[in-house]
Each structure stands twice: as structure tokens, then as C-alpha cells.
Design a binder for this molecule. Sequence first.
Ligand code: NAP
Length: 294
Amino acid sequence: MNFNFALIGGDLRNIRLAEMLAKEKNQIYLYGIEKQKQLEENPYIKYCDTLKEAIDFCKIIIGPIPFSRDGMFLNTNQNVKKISIKEILNTMEKQILIAGNFSEEFEKLAKENKFQIIDLMKKEELAILNAIATAEGTIPIMIEETENNLQDCNILILGFGRIGKVLASKLKGLANKIVCTARKQEDLAWIEAYGYEAIKTEEFYLNLNQYDIIINTIPKMILTKEKLKMVSPKSLLIDLASKPGGIDFEAAKEKKIKTIWALGLPGKVAPESSAKYIKKIIDEEIKKERKILT
Ligand code: NAP
């Protein structure tokens, strides 16, 4: 069965997703997405001039991951006109909105406005698969931003969740030493079982000056001004945690420590794979919601 989809905002992932959905002969309405020749020429894809035009004939609206970066505007490419969250709330009627990382406030407003939202980032399988691109996207940053071979580097990974696990496994064999932190005993045991060095997260600052690269995946302020005093100025810091992040960037700058906040890596380094994973989830959701959608 074919559907009309509105795709609003986002990065290359939504562009690839539009192409995949159009390939299956679904009708796609785009808004807040940069013009691309191959999309304009696709008979199943239409660029719309207004949000209303894009969503009027669609029961499914697909937004970006994350849905918004500032709580006020939809997350879009810088080159397109900003779309306010207010406008989306005012324009939507009974459609299903699928996107990633909705704020609690938006979830509440959606409930009040009686439309259904599906948060892609609450789908564990997608969050895990996203970790692949995030980990793969971190490695070239490490290579480009340090003057040493990774083989000579001691690397600290803060947090042993989805990204921490995948990143450590991809660095195995590349780095001189990999140290991972976790707060659960079970995770600490897994870290050892995989052959890395384990440190309790609460003790991560011990010997902090021995690392050439420190990567944070913990979504909480962890590398505070105080802790940064123990970091070697020669270290490279990479924060992968979503806003507000886990590194005091100002303090790192003051100390002249090279610090990179690498956000949105799946959309940058693997839009096609990421779109494929998102589409799989959307196909499953459509199966579940078939009664409402037909
Ligand atoms: P995750 O699986 O939840 O892992 C988070 C890790 O941080 C876990 O080890 C967790 O420990 C630990 N942690 C959480 N809160 C903590 C606290 N208060 N104190 C100490 N440790 C704490 O998350 P993930 O999927 O790896 O994602 C990590 C971050 O990256 C998130 O902010 C996510 O939004 C972001 N992200 C970034 C990108 C990118 O492109 N940069 C892409 C995807 C996701 P426990 O297991 O004990 O809770």
C-alpha cells in the first residue's frame, strides 16, 4: 500500500529517506529541505512552498533527528527558511508526527493538541544502529585532529553505553590503550572482558593527564573546569553527548585544549545507512497504525 508522506526539515538522512520512500511509489511532499536536482526531477517528490501545503494531504509527517535543537525551531539545514515549532503545532491536525528526541514540553503539547508523535530515538534498535555511524564518524576526527598515530595514543572513553561500546570495539587494534568508564559493576566487568581497561566513572579523573584523546559520551557535565585542570594541554577532547554536552568548552578553550563537539554524526557520515534504519522503523510503525492510516 502507498501513502503520502510529508518530510519536513532535517539533514541528508531525510533526503535519502525521501528517495527511498519515493522509490516505492509513495507520494512525498517536502518542506524545509534544501533543493536537490535529483529530488526536483523525481515524479513522486514535490517541494512545497508552505508547511500547510506539505502536510495537507498526508497522514504521516516525518521530521528530523533531533526534532529541534533549541526548542523553538525545527532542526533544519542552515540554508532553508526557519520553521517554528509553534507553526507546526498550529498547522498539524490529525497526522502522526515521526521524528527524534522530542522535548518533554513538545510531547505535552502534542497530547494537548491531540496528535500522535512517535519518537525514533526511543526505539532502542535505532539508537544502537545510530551508534555505528557515530563511532565510525569519530575515528576520522581523532586521526585528523591529532599529530600522533592512533597506534601511539592512549584513549579514554567516558561512558560505556551504546556509543561507548561500539566506539571501543572499533578502536580495538587501532589504539595503544583503550580505557573505558562505567558506573555499573556489570559494565565494568564487560569492559574488562572485552580487553579494555576499566575505571569507575566517578574515578575517571585519576591519571587524567595520561590520555592523548578523551571522548565523552555521558550526557551530563563531566569534564568540568576543575577536572580539566588535570587534562594535558596536548590532549584532544571530543564530546559526542547531545546538548548541553559534557565538557566545559569555555574552560577547555581557556586552557587551550583542542576540543571538538561532534554532533549529528550519523546524518553527516552515513546518511544512506541511517535513512535505511529509519525507514525500517517507519515501515513497522505503519504496519501497527494501518487502521488509522487507511
Ligand atoms: P547511552 O547508551 O544511554 O550511554 C550513556 C552512557 O553515559 C552510559 O554509560 C551511562 O551509564 C552514562 N551516564 C548517563 N548518565 C550518567 C551520569 N549522570 N553519570 C555517569 N554516567 C552517566 O547513550 P548513547 O546512545 O551512547 O548516547 C550518548 C550521547 O550521545 C547522548 O547524549 C546521545 O544523545 C548522543 N548522541 C550523539 C550522536 C553524535 O552524532 N554525536 C549520535 C547519537 C547520539 P549507565 O548505563 O549506567 O546509565
